[in-house]
Design a protein around this ligand. Structure first.
Ligand code: TXA
Ligand code: MG
Length: 356
């Protein structure tokens, strides 16, 4: 019967999780879904396991990993101190796409996880596969996004296979992830200031409802202006790398909608003339008017959850289509738009064109 089939499916999924948890406990790497993107997990206490994560991804070793937990009582094993602001943030947003950078308890995780910093980034994901998996593994799980370093983060198990097949212990397929961009990484100061080191699934507006003051790492603001010289070093080491980049040349165009559309149409036409293979990432309002070899809609400009959800798959598709010249429309930098624009500009190597 259907009920029996349903039960069998649940049992199979559970067996999978138990097997995946056993892999983690044995020091293997396992890719698993979270509410943001797929992560590549390993026992954070094991240097060997964590080194296997860096090796599989081809990740620079000076870029520290986020440690994932399933229960609040795992936190005190990892960190020495949680101030009142950090407490308030966890109460408001855990489980969820918020990562807190906290003072690491010496010896709690492999030094490879923290890349030698005296802090550790911790988050509790809000996902029906990730949480029971981490709980069953019974260890803190270090997990960067499960992509090859420099590739867009994976929002489907198929993306993980594309990048890491044969290089990792296993994949737990939980279907598409929800948010589509990574967690927001913050540091909570003793004065109540929350500093955003990486914009993500929890917005600055949401943080403002809980924190006395919300600031953004100055290094991020310098990037967002399209400039790149003389920028301060980002406090989140990962933000200094070119990430998420498709193989083709990508630029982001920002301005009044009519000017953006006119510039983009002209740029695509010129590129086609030069013999480029063109692609465009556009909001639904404009997508139909563009002529390109591949047109990807990011949904309505007023519903940026959809843009966040579709962005990485669209960037991967640009590669699949062999696009050599790609234009992406900018979006508002409010709400989730801050994260979407941050990732777009990283993918574009900061090529921002202001029009109008
Ligand atoms: O949503 C997410 O956060 C996903 C899923 C899998 O949980 N994970 C993820 O991990 O995006 P990863 O490794 O791709 O990005 C981790 C970011 C990097 O920018 C890294 O530099 C920063 O967190 N980070 C890690 N530890 C840090 C620390 N101690 N201080 C400052 N930044 C840190
Ligand atoms: Mg990543």
């Amino acid at each position: 019967s259907d009920v029996k089939k349903g039960n069998a499916a649940r049992e199979a999924a559970l067996a999978d999780l138990q097997a995946a948890a056993a892999c983690l406990r044995q020091g293997e790497t396992v890719a698993f879904p979270t509410e943001t993107v797929y992560g590549l997990g390993a026992d954070a206490r094991s240097t060997e396991a964590v080194e296997a994560v860096f090796a599989a991804k081809g990740r620079p070793s000076d870029n520290p990993l986020i440690v994932h937990i399933a229960h609040r009582d795992q936190l005190h094993e990892l960190v020495t101190e949680v101030n009142a602001t950090a407490e308030a943030l966890m109460a408001a947003f855990w489980p969820g796409p918020l990562t807190l950078v906290l003072p690491v308890r010496p010896g709690a995780v492999s030094p490879r996880v923290t890349a030698g910093l005296d802090t550790v980034a911790v988050r509790m994901p809000d996902h029906p596969v990730a949480l029971p998996l981490i709980a069953a593994a019974a260890c803190p799980v270090a997990a960067p996004s499960a992509n090859r370093s420099g590739r867009p983060s994976p929002t489907l198990a198929a993306h993980v296979r594309e990048d890491l097949d044969g290089r990792i212990g296993g994949i737990v397929d939980g279907g598409p992830t929800g948010v589509g961009v990574e967690s927001t990484v913050v540091q909570a100061g003793d004065d109540g200031t929350v500093t955003i080191l990486r914009p993500g699934g929890i917005t600055a507006e949401q943080l403002s409802a809980v924190a006395a003051r919300v600031a953004t790492d100055p290094a991020l603001l310098a990037e967002g202006s399209g400039g790149d010289s003389n920028s301060p070093a980002p406090r989140s080491p990962g933000m200094k790398y070119t990430h998420y980049a498709p193989a083709g040349a990508l630029c982001v165009v920002e301005g009044p909608p009519a000017a953006v559309a006119a510039w983009t149409r002209a740029a695509l036409a010129e590129a086609a003339q030069r013999g480029e293979r063109t692609a465009v990432l556009a909001f639904a309002e404009h997508a139909e008017q563009y002529r390109a070899d591949a047109v990807f809609s990011l949904g309505n400009a007023s519903e940026l959850q959809e843009a966040a959800r579709r962005l990485y798959a669209a960037l991967r598709s640009c590669d699949e289509q062999g696009a050599t010249y790609i234009v992406a429309e900018a979006c508002s930098r409010e709400g989730l738009g801050a994260a979407v624009m941050n990732r777009l500009l990283k993918a574009a190597g900061n090529q921002l064109i202001q029009v109008g």
